[in-house]
Design a binder for this molecule. Structure first.
Ligand SMILES: Cc1ncc(COP(=O)(O)O)c(C=O)c1O
Length: 379
């Protein structure tokens, strides 16, 4: 069924970004985009660092702690229970390093998991991969399929909070609770959660990591690792630092003479989200994504996938034979970008891949209409 209609343009939304106007950016989920006020805040911090490096670096730990407290407030987290990190991939490695695996232990992952995160798990212990049919109808079916994949050796489970290809909720609070009740350590890849969902930490996973630089309007390289109290003592920086003696979170955050300006400007992104009204932004973005998905669903051969209400990303399956492998998917994505000037995610999947579109306050309904009109020629 077509929704009532596309949402009206978000007032001032487009002007907040410096995106190339010749391109339709319908792929906010992959790399985010940094709003101008956040770019300016980061540029001012860089100027400060270049003007007096000694003062900047000596004062950095306290400023990072203050920025962390702001992020904790946004996430509803204990400020001592989160650390700034560079990205979700780093979060996966830090978290997995802190789980004491014994010989014979296994890690359960799903075939929706993000490649670098699954690779991090496979480095740590043998993995078992649960197949989640993209067409699984609802959250209950996802939960039951994951639970059915457990083996007596499963020590830890790594789940997407919101899956990258299929843009749906996987690590539901109920699934996490059922895993915890079985004594299994839960690690959640919340790459897309901050800014896109209201309470990213509601599931109380043992370890949760999420990017602020996707939907939280923060500069690239701004992410968070949240750790339940009982595990914090085992989290070690991947590279030893001068702050090791302080333990989590400072030991994880100190990277010697690194560029900390992204983390320090991250609160600016969250403040902007608040000023715009985060609930309004979320509703707008979800409505745009739904509008785009409804238009694409009219293309013969495209089938909408079950989705989680309120998310700013939607996925549809492409016709059988299209994008069956990742290289084919990447080639199609780049053709669409080069020939149409439209950025979308095309994901590879055996039997036929899919397309994921996003909604963000800089997008306009016409951009999805242009995609829907042009896409059939590529299928
Ligand atoms: C579900 C998921 N996990 C992890 C990542 C990787 O994020 P990063 O490159 O910030 O490590 C992504 C990136 O899109 C993702 O979608």
């Amino acid at each position: 069924m077509r929704p009532a209609g596309p949402p009206a343009e978000f007032p001032g939304g487009r002007a907040l970004f410096r995106l190339d106007p010749a391109v339709s950016h319908l792929n906010h989920g992959s790399f985010g985009a940094v709003p101008v006020p956040v770019q300016e805040a980061q540029a001012a911090l860089r100027e400060e660092a270049h003007a007096d490096p000694d003062a900047f670096f000596v004062g950095a730990p306290d400023r990072i702690a203050a920025a962390r407290a702001r992020v904790a407030r946004h996430l509803g987290a204990d400020p001592d229970g989160i650390a700034f990190i560079a990205n979700a991939t780093e979060g996966a490695n830090l978290a997995l390093d802190a789980v004491p695996f014994a010989d014979g232990d296994e890690i359960l992952v799903t075939d929706h998991g993000y490649g670098t995160v699954v690779a991090a798990a496979a480095r740590r212990a043998p993995i078992t991969t649960v197949s989640l049919d993209p067409d699984l109808p609802d959250e209950d079916a996802v939960r039951e399929t994951v639970l059915a994949g457990l083996t007596p050796r499963t020590r830890a489970v790594v789940l997407d909070h919101i899956s990258s290809p299929t843009a749906r909720l996987i690590a539901s609070p109920r699934l996490l609770a059922e895993l915890a009740a079985r004594g299994i350590t839960t690690l959640v890849d919340g790459a897309h959660a901050p800014g896109m969902i209201a309470e990213p930490l509601a599931g109380a996973a043992d370890f949760w990591f999420g990017n602020l630089h996707k939907w939280g309007y923060a500069p690239s390289g701004s992410a968070v690792l949240a750790v339940a109290p009982e595990h914090r003592g085992r989290v070690r920086a991947l590279v030893p630092s001068w702050e090791d003696a302080h333990g989590f979170p400072r030991s994880v955050e100190n990277r010697a003479t690194a560029d900390y300006t992204g983390w320090l400007a991250a609160p600016e992104g969250l403040d902007l989200l608040d000023r715009l009204d985060a609930a309004k932004v979320r509703a707008h973005n979800a409505a745009l994504a739904a509008h785009g998905a409804a238009l694409l669903a009219e293309i013969p051969g495209l089938s909408p996938l079950p989705h989680t209400e309120g998310l700013a990303m939607r996925a549809l399956r492409l016709p059988p034979g299209t994008a069956e492998t990742q290289p084919q998917a990447s080639a199609l994505r780049e053709r669409i970008a080069a020939e149409l000037g439209i950025r979308v995610l095309i994901w590879g999947w055996p039997g036929g891949g899919g397309i994921r579109i996003c909604g963000q306050i800089y997008n306009r309904p016409e951009e999805y209409e242009r995609l829907a009109a042009a896409l059939p020629a590529y299928l």
